[in-house]
Write a protein that binds this ligand. Sequence first.
Ligand SMILES: Nc1ncnc2c1ncn2[C@@H]1O[C@H](COP(=O)(O)OP(=O)(O)O)[C@@H](O)[C@H]1O
Ligand SMILES: [Mg+2]
Length: 298
Amino acid sequence: MSTMTETGTTPTGAAGAGPEKAPLLELRDVGKTFGNIRALAGIGLRVDAGEVTCILGDNGAGKSTLIKIIAGLYRPTSGEYLVDGEPVDFSSPRQALDRGIATVYQDLAMVPLMPVWRNFFLGSELHRGVGPLRMLDVARMRRIADEELRKMGIDLPDIDAPVGNLSGGQRQVVAIARAVYFGARVLILDEPTAALGVKQSGVVLKYVDAAREAGLGVILITHNPHHAYLVGDHFVVIKLGETELDRPRSDLTLDDLTHHMAGGAELDALQHELARGRGPEEGPAHDAAGEGPAVQGR
Ligand SMILES: Nc1ncnc2c1ncn2[C@@H]1O[C@H](COP(=O)(O)OP(=O)(O)O)[C@@H](O)[C@H]1O
Ligand SMILES: [Mg+2]
């Protein structure tokens, strides 16, 4: 567990001890509009090495737009984006990747019929020979993929098996190991557990933690507060494109987070209304919602 997890927006005392190291990645007052649709406004975010930053929010909150900005797919309409303390202006995901910012999307860019090792190197294949004799270095790719997966404690029965045979959780895990191997410093995961059951979600979260242990800054997008709280060091809740909550773990309980995600105050008001005329035996509003991640097809 790292210290100094506070952002500038969260006054928790203790900050300012020792020279401040620039965060891996920082957004300042970032906004994004599509025509006259305002998807994001006034977003601040900082991501430090060895920390999991969870971004939560309802459907349509702006989570995907935010990570697309970080991943270099969109340019912010306003505000600043800094990497290692320097302003950047990415115009493609390749540029973000070159700075060590890797994204694992929900619909993974994998080829189901190709073997695990082949998918591990997809788009970055190793070759041997030159000119017309240049060919894929199959042996080396198989060996490295095998080694790297083991290094992260991932034990697949057969790396020659088509990726399509793996479970959704295992595929996510292969994608995480791949990003780590190719030198990611920041790993962005867009709802990696949304389509998974409890057990497989656990597997993915275990490797989210492994990536953090390896020193990466991890950004985990989810709308499941339980999953977030299992691994998160820092929590940002986005609502209608704006930051609704931004707190380190030390300032937040799972109950707080669940309550926020369930609609907090709105739900309290609704409960109050619905409770009229009924018996006094009502549980707290936030026990009813926030569970069951919406299962999204892939
Ligand atoms: N390419 C786009 N063009 C127009 N509107 C968009 C586009 N992408 C997202 N939006 C809008 O921005 C808002 C946030 O969307 P999104 O970032 O996908 O939310 P989330 O990932 O949290 O569900 C939504 O109102 C959505 O309709
Ligand atoms: Mg989304």
